[in-house]
Design a protein around this ligand. Structure first.
Ligand code: HEM
Length: 520
């Protein structure tokens, strides 16, 4: 139990013991009292099935560090629509496609709010970003600004040069590292390589320049971890002080400050460039946000910073996770790797062997590549439990009563490995997507790695193009192998990190060797 509670408290074991004893005592008292009330309560409400809960802490004691796995195993006992209690807060857990459709489509208008969680408040400028803003006119405004000026298909196309430049740089890095030394095979830290290329591309699209690892990548990873670790005070308000005592709030505030200082620098850079007469200057996303801020007096600079934060946080970690998992699965499945390489290499026509990279036009002829990315998203959705939602009014879901203010966790991972919809659900089989019309855009509820409905991910076009392009280019000119010994075991290890977006826990190491395209 101590292990499962650590997600909440990060080490204050004695307090947990105290809470546990208190909860036990209160349970006994409640059991006696509830005997008197049972009849009238049953007549009032038809709640979804719930695991037994303790007073005060509710079901928090059952919570493990890998949320999607804990919730899946509870759902196997209590069903696809299950009600937990985190402290006093009712939490509805959705674990199958029918229930997901009901919440994310049929009753999307009821479930489009986000709960006000302390970590979101600390990091996301008091809920001012797209992902954290309460449902309403402000959220509508910032979501449409992000789509119009960064994420629409037309805008995504406009970043083509940025993507291709960074990819050529990435290929050159692999080539230097694997082909410059005496030995032709060299172990490469693919996680680092992929982090850098995804980071550089997303940063250039969002803020117009690359970012240092220390400026963004480190703090954002730490933030993602903290966003995934709920704090007790969110559910038991009188225990908010605990977040101070155990240092969690302090840690979050330090990371948030670091990021805030970085965004201040980005804003200053843009403001100071504006006056200059530079014909090469491109009006980028930050410039547009600054001009919106200038004309709308209700928006201050936190509006600009919170949107930069949202786009960098939502964009970097998720895309990296997908490509890293895809390469991990391909290394574990050499046949799939071979099939993918054959497809990617076949689009480069004879006579074009000196081509520096796979272009975006080439991607149209690569159905197996798309199937590999989809299969990766099915087995390893970057956000396995969608960003929490909250019901805005009392309602009924599949015949059960759901109260206003109920938090909703949709377990997208549990749904995409549900044997009711997927054959051999835990096997990596890209072929299953080749003749299938099931898509990722939020219409097929057995596969929702980007969520669905109003609060669904607006970054799908941006992300999918980058996922496909990076993966195609990595496997195009190089052959990859798993290093031997311990390194090999680590490369193929599937342990996951904790947090809002879930990564491979150990870095992905692989051997790269140049593939001579004339061999085809
Ligand atoms: C493979 C990459 C990505 C995955 C798997 C992913 C997944 C998700 C998921 C699951 C949600 C929650 C949806 C819901 O509640 O129904 C979400 C929301 C969001 N995503 Fe993505 N995302 C990715 C890339 C991106 C990118 C590149 C951006 C922007 C640069 C982005 C921006 C957002 C925003 C702003 C939201 C919040 C939407 C709202 O609350 O209205 N995402 N994403």
């Amino acid at each position: 139990m101590q292990k499962s509670m650590s997600n909440f408290l990060n080490g204050t074991t004695s307090l947990w013991f105290f809470l546990f004893m208190l909860a036990l005592f209160t349970t006994i008292a409640n059991l006696l009292l509830s005997k008197l009330n049972t009849k009238s309560n049953l007549a009032k409400k038809n709640s979804p099935p719930s695991p037994p809960k303790l007073p005060i802490i509710g079901n928090l004691y059952q919570f493990g560090t890998l949320t999607h796995r804990t919730l899946q195993s509870l759902a196997q006992t209590y069903g696809p629509l299950m009600l937990l209690h985190f402290g006093k807060v009712p939490v509805l857990v959705i674990s199958n496609a029918e229930a997901a459709r009901e919440v994310l489509k049929t009753q999307d208008h009821v479930f489009s709010n986000r709960p006000k969680l302390k970590m979101y408040e600390i990091f996301l400028y008091g809920f001012r970003g797209v992902a954290s803003a309460p449902y309403g006119p402000y959220w509508r405004q910032v979501k449409s600004i992000s789509v119009l000026h960064l994420l629409s298909p037309k805008k995504v196309q406009s970043f083509r040069e940025v993507r291709e430049e960074e990819l050529v740089a990435m290929i050159e890095k692999v080539r230097l590292s694997c082909c410059s030394s005496a030995s032709l095979m060299k172990v490469l830290n693919l996680t680092n390589l992929l982090t850098q290329v995804t980071n550089d591309i997303v940063c250039r699209c969002v803020i117009g320049r690359r970012c240092d690892e220390s400026e963004v990548r480190g703090p954002i990873s730490e933030m993602e971890e903290l966003l995934g670790a709920s704090v007790l005070g969110d559910y038991i308000p009188w225990l908010h002080w605990l977040g101070r005592v155990n240092g969690v709030y302090g840690r979050a505030e330090r990371v948030a400050k670091k990021l805030d200082e970085f965004y201040d620098r980005v804003v200053e850079e843009h403001v100071s460039k504006r006056g200059r007469d530079d014909k090469h200057y491109v009006n980028d996303f930050v410039d547009i946000l600054l001009s919106i801020q200038a004309t709308d007096f209700q928006n201050d600079q936190t509006f600009v910073k919170s949107l930069i934060m949202d786009m960098l946080a939502a964009g970097t970690d998720t895309i990296l996770a997908v490509i890293e998992w895809a390469m991990t699965e391909l290394l574990r499945h050499p046949n799939a790797m071979q099939k993918l390489q054959d497809e990617v290499r076949s689009v480069v026509a004879t006579g074009e062997e000196d081509r520096t990279h796979i272009t975006e036009d080439d991607l149209n002829d690569m159905p197996y590549l798309k199937a590999v990315i989809k299969e990766t998203l099915r087995l390893h959705p970057a956000t396995p439990v969608l960003i929490p939602r909250e019901s805005m009014q009392d309602t009924k879901v599949m015949g059960y009563d759901i109260a206003a203010g109920t938090q909703v966790l949709v377990n997208a991972w549990a749904i995409s490995v549900d044997p009711s919809y997927w054959d051999q659900p835990l096997e990596f089989q890209p072929e299953r997507h080749l003749n299938s019309s099931i898509d990722i855009k939020g219409h097929d509820f057995q596969f929702i790695p980007f969520g669905a409905g109003r609060r669904g991910c607006p970054g799908i076009a941006f992300a999918m193009l980058l996922n496909e392009l990076v993966l195609a280019n990595i496997v195009h000119q190089f052959d990859w192998a798993v290093p031997g010994g311990l390194l090999g075991e680590k490369a193929l290890d599937l342990s996951e990190t904790t947090g809002l977006s879930v990564h491979k826990k150990l870095p992905l190491m692989a051997l790269a060797s140049p593939h001579h395209l004339s061999q085809n």
